[in-house]
Design a protein around this ligand. Structure first.
Ligand code: UGA
Length: 433
């Protein structure tokens, strides 16, 4: 079996490495020369635990190649489309430029017997449109959404919760082909659902919309908790014990960011508007608003504490949108840092992996090389991303390295009692002081 993967960003690079690890001759294609150069050396262009090893194994074994020349997909049995679908500039809708361009570029190199399998997150209706474009070549098209999480991308790709195949009515050949590709994964008893195009597209966006809604639900409870003196963490523990609700994705704090949930809920809404269902998904606007308000709340809390101590220096621990990632796209921690800076505060930030990406995104932000440097002259400490390194900090040791005695925990992740025991005021989001 020969596999090609178009687009070697987050999704594509991981998928290509995973395909090679399953024993297939795999070629990854991307227009970005620099990215391809790095991948050829077995180096991922982003931080992802486990991926360097997987890439290197494939490259060293000769089963995994990378190229900028799309004609090298010729002869592939399956061509996966894994290009990005970012938010369109000046709009909430998804930008399908890369998906459309990759399909166009493929047309001369595919034919009878090729399966084009879309993995990118697309607005409902896209797969059918692309199937019509591909059809004259004789190739088939399927939609096979991906549910990987950054930080767990390798694990999620090789041991997914489920596989979803969106195929045209009666297209058993594409189902059989995908079954062959995923044989090793299916052999472990992984659920596999065969559905139509629209369902496959909706499974992906509705899963992300549900997760975003779950987070914003608990953050709405955090807003209320702040007013009435309740503790949102205890609330989440209590409601999460109901198996129908579940405790996962009920961590209140700074809310969701990253390259997926925020843009996906906006694109979903924009698509619903186009379909005359604006009202149906109107609640997602609220989900977005609740999420963004948490950032304002964190800024206000930090501002309030700075005013109380008569200082203006903030140490921000964490910039990535979540731990185990160097991704700062729509990162709440970075957003809060930038806003504080715009308000004239002096921010020194530290992140174990996201310094470079954050610097590119906000060049004016002062990013230092260690926790110690960030906290040394700070008036208030703030936690924006719950890296294990920050959870493991010894409050007694921190107290010897900074004069600050307030920490605003934007992820409700610190052991408040241990910090309080050495004299820190710990402020959570949605928790009483
Ligand atoms: C998300 C989905 O979880 C994946 O299933 C999906 O495949 C992916 O988007 C995608 O569409 O490609 P990801 O963006 O990597 O994955 O990150 P998540 O782990 O979902 O976290 C998203 C954000 O929510 C982070 O900023 C995180 O800090 C925040 N979050 C998560 C909370 O604020 N509270 C929680 O309880 C959980």
């Amino acid at each position: 079996m020969k596999i090609a993967v178009i687009g070697c960003g987050y999704l594509g690079a991981v998928h290509a490495a995973a395909m090679a690890s399953l024993g297939y001759e795999t070629v990854g294609v991307d227009v970005d020369e620099a990215k391809i150069e790095r991948l050829r050396r077995g180096e991922p262009p982003f931080y992802e635990p486990g991926l360097p090893e997987l890439l290197k194994a494939g490259v060293d074994a000769g089963t995994l190649r990378f190229t900028t020349d799309v004609s090298e997909v010729a002869g592939s049995d399956v061509v996966f489309i894994a290009v990005g679908t970012p938010q369109r500039a000046g709009s909430d809708a998804a930008d399908l430029t890369y998906v459309d361009a990759s399909i166009e570029s493929l047309l001369p190199h595919i034919g009878e017997g090729t399966l084009v399998a879309g993995k990118s997150t697309v607005p409902v209706g896209t797969a059918q449109r692309l199937a019509d474009i591909v059809a004259p070549t004789g190739a088939a098209l399927a939609w096979n959404p991906e549910f990987l999480r950054e930080g767990f991308a390798v694990e999620d790709t090789l041991t997914p919760d489920r596989l979803v195949y969106g195929v045209a009515d009666g297209d058993d050949a594409s189902v059989a082909r995908l079954d062959e590709v995923y044989a090793g994964i299916l052999a472990r008893g992984t659920d596999r659902l065969v559905v139509n195009f629209a369902t496959a597209e909706l499974v992906k966006v509705s899963a992300n919309a549900f997760l975003a809604t779950k987070i914003s639900f608990i953050n709405a409870m955090a807003e209320l908790s702040e007013t009435v003196g309740a503790d949102v963490t205890q609330l989440a523990d209590a409601i999460g014990l109901d198996a129908r609700i579940g405790r996962r994705f009920l961590n209140a704090g700074l809310g969701f960011g990253g390259g997926c949930l925020p843009k996906d809920i906006r694109a979903f809404q924009a698509r619903a508007d186009e379909l005359g269902h604006g009202q149906t998904l109107g609640f997602l606007r609220e989900v977005d608003q609740i999420n963004l308000r948490r950032r304002d709340r964190m800024v206000a809390l930090i501002d309030g504490e700075l005013a109380a101590v008569g200082g203006d220096r903030v140490a921000m621990l964490g910039l990535a949108f979540k731990p185990n990632s160097d991704d700062v796209r729509d990162s709440p921690a970075l957003d809060v840092s930038r806003t504080l800076q715009e308000r004239g505060r002096v921010v020194k930030a530290y992140d174990p992996e996201a310094s470079e990406t954050a610097r590119r995104s906000v060049p004016t932000l002062e990013i230092v090389g260690s926790v110690d440097e960030a906290i040394r002259n700070a008036d208030v400490l703030a936690l924006g991303t719950e890296w294990q390194q920050f959870r493991d900090l010894d409050p007694a040791e921190v107290a010897t390295k900074t004069a600050a005695r307030v920490i605003v925990d934007g992820r409700n992740t610190l052991d408040a009692r241990a910090w309080a025991a050495v004299g820190f005021k710990v402020i959570g989001l949605g928790r009483p002081d």
